[in-house]
Design a protein around this ligand. Sequence first.
Ligand code: SAH
Length: 250
Amino acid sequence: MDKKGTVYLVGSGPGGLSLMTKRAREVLDLADVILYDQLPGDEILASLPAHAEKVDVGKYGDHHTREQDEIEQLMVSYAEQGRSVVRLKGGDPFLFGRGGEELETLRAHNISVEVVPGVTSAIAVPASVGIPVTHRKFASQVTILTGNEDPTKEESAIDWDWLAKSRGTIVILMGVKNLRKIAKFLVDHGMNAATPVAVIERGLRPDQRETIGTLETIAERAQERKVRPPAVIVIGGVVSLYTGEHVIPW
Ligand code: SAH
């Protein structure tokens, strides 16, 4: 049987070509097949090489589980045809990208995998507006979590009670939909309602926008301004360092 191809699990960084790694560029340029979704953003998607077969595997419905299986099967079957496959993901492939599950599936099929780390939005997007996720004065720990989970649901995989009592910065990805519930829950469970919050939409892209408030006000402000995903939510004292200026990291 012919040799199997390698699968590259590649992080694109938060949006622009300048924050993509050299290795990511190399493997993209050599790929036979690129499986992508919309998160890497227009600039990066427009730069994908013409010669590669490009497959949009974005999840636009509510059938995430079935579609995730299909994506993994696609990666396996392309690699088994001996083709070199890139699975391109926004930010870093192992932070909420389901990259870990893809790695397991590929290993189970004896397919060789290279992971190409990326600059994660969880840190780079706050940084772009001068918010460091840690700072000796404000936070010596940072918790990064998915806001996909409703804090009022009993079976949540996140320990929301612990979070409300924890010190340090909280960074929430995929949290726009549940922002109101999350902010209320944290205050009801002991966090100071005056804790500053930043919601940064489309970070490091041309149409980046920030909405700033406190745990008490942020849900209202975000609603008024019609905040939409993708956005990074930052909660904690470090948000007081936000000045409105963009600190472009290149
Ligand atoms: N692996 C990615 C995260 C995937 S989860 C990473 O490391 O960045 C998808 C979520 O990431 C989005 O819902 C949003 O919360 C966040 N996100 C990714 N890129 C972003 C960007 N450029 N601006 C704002 N949020 C972003």
